[in-house]
Design a protein. Structure first.
Length: 431
């Protein structure tokens, strides 16, 4: 055990520090979050073929100990998102707030975005991560869960703050941190554990909080969280921010067995039967300079518009083109500078004057009921489809939304009673 960390544990947990250290030798907890936007919670739970337990932290979060969760039908259908139960806890404190625009500053792999959108389906979320590799995982997760009313970006948060200053109702800041709360899962964290690293990360968090302050409107909120126990990154960080900005109000939160040293904030750890999590909710009470938001200019394209009218019962939509890719949205989409990965629902692309639709289109929860042509797979067909195999079907030639038990899975193209498989190769089962 790292001596410096042992010393700090005594400061974090006082008389319970020995019990905490003993718990570090126990198995870490694992959880999942239910994507209620795709279906009824009870129906989704009935589809699970592994054991799970309720979590007191979130009514849609559960404990599990199933090693193959990423290979089960519920995962493939986007009905669940693997996430530690304490990570989804912060979203339970966002209630009865008028939210139209959300910015998740450090969003990858997407859990906090997913939690909040499940409560605010119609809000537009700008999900950002400066790490271009991690933003790919973010994009895949939002697509799998069908949460396509979002703009995915890989930008410097400072640039994003300039573009959307004073317009945001909720800023989610799950800040990069020293990760002390994840030691049970990743014991290698202690290999290079140091005060210098903690102080360096605290400086980054300070800058990110300033970006959040610039983004948020009057009466808007900042939801701050980390997965560490360090005072420099948690309690002291928030205290310093409050001292710096007298127009920021701490919204007091409460939780049983709370280990935070700052009243109104929450800190959980293995003593709570969780991994580590610090949660704080802040509200801006003053006016902010408001930058005028720009919107993407919609286009018309005869081939793409014909595809939409032939396959979807939808008349009001916005069509956009970025490079050679086409996107659509139900409401106007914000225009941002460089670093935009996806903007709304990715429709597909033109290939030799022929439109080739994208998987993202058929996963969208916002369009599921609009598709004219649907086909619900049985168990055998599901297994074949997920492996990339063609299906024999008695259907007319067309593109079809493919579902399983009425949950969207993907799409296929029927030609001469054969369903050509359009499930992405990177998602297919190899056995």
């Amino acid at each position: 055990m790292n001596k410096l960390f042992e010393q700090r544990v005594k400061e974090y947990f006082n008389e319970e520090s020995e019990k905490y250290l003993e718990l570090l030798n126990k198995k870490p907890t694992h959880g999942f979050f239910i994507n209620t936007l795709k279906g009824n919670k009870e129906d989704i739970l009935n589809l699970l073929d592994f054991k799970y337990e309720d979590s007191y932290l979130n009514p849609n979060a559960y404990y599990h100990d199933y090693e193959s969760i990423g290979k089960c039908k519920s995962y493939e259908l986007g009905l669940i998102y693997p996430q530690d139960t304490e990570s989804s806890y912060s979203s339970t404190f966002i209630n009865d707030i008028d939210i139209n625009l959300i910015v998740d500053l450090c969003a990858a792999p997407g859990g906090k975005t997913i939690n909040i959108i499940n409560k605010y389906k119609d809000a537009l979320c700008v999900s950002n991560d400066v790490n271009s590799k991690r933003v790919g995982e973010l994009s895949k997760n939002l697509e799998r869960l069908g949460l396509t009313n979002s703009i995915i970006t890989s930008k410097n948060p400072k640039d994003l703050a300039k573009e959307l200053k004073g317009n945001v109702d909720l800023v989610i800041l799950d800040a990069p941190c020293s990760g002390e709360g994840m030691i049970r899962k990743y014991p290698e964290i202690l290999d290079d554990y140091s005060l210098a690293n903690i102080e360096s990360l605290a400086k980054i968090q300070e800058g990110l909080l300033e970006n959040a302050y610039d983004l948020v409107r009057k009466d808007g909120y900042i939801l701050y969280s980390t997965c560490t126990y360090a005072f420099e990154e948690d309690e002291n960080q928030i205290s310093n921010f409050l001292n710096k900005h007298n127009d920021i109000e701490l919204i007091k939160l409460s939780s049983k067995n709370n280990y935070s040293k700052l009243e109104g904030t929450i800190k959980l750890c293995p003593l709570n039967n969780t991994e580590g999590q610090f949660i704080c909710l802040l509200k801006r009470t003053s006016d902010n300079e408001i930058v005028k938001i720009k919107y993407l200019k919609p286009i018309k394209n005869d081939i793409v518009d014909k595809f939409i009218s032939s396959n979807l019962n939808i008349s009001d939509y916005y069509l956009y083109k970025v490079n050679d890719n086409f996107f659509m949205s139900i409401n106007p989409m914000i225009a941002l500078g460089g670093g935009v990965i996806r903007s709304g629902i990715y429709l597909g692309e033109l290939k030799k004057n022929r439109f080739e639709p994208a998987h993202n289109l058929y996963r969208s929860i916002y369009l599921k009921d609009a598709f004219k042509y649907k086909y619900d797979l049985n168990d055998d067909e599901y297994d074949k489809y997920i492996k990339g195999l063609e299906l024999s079907v008695d259907l007319d030639d067309n593109y079809y939304l493919l579902t399983y038990k009425d949950y969207s899975l993907g799409f296929g193209k029927v030609s001469n009673k054969t369903m050509k498989n359009k499930y992405p190769k990177g998602l297919r089962r190899v056995c």
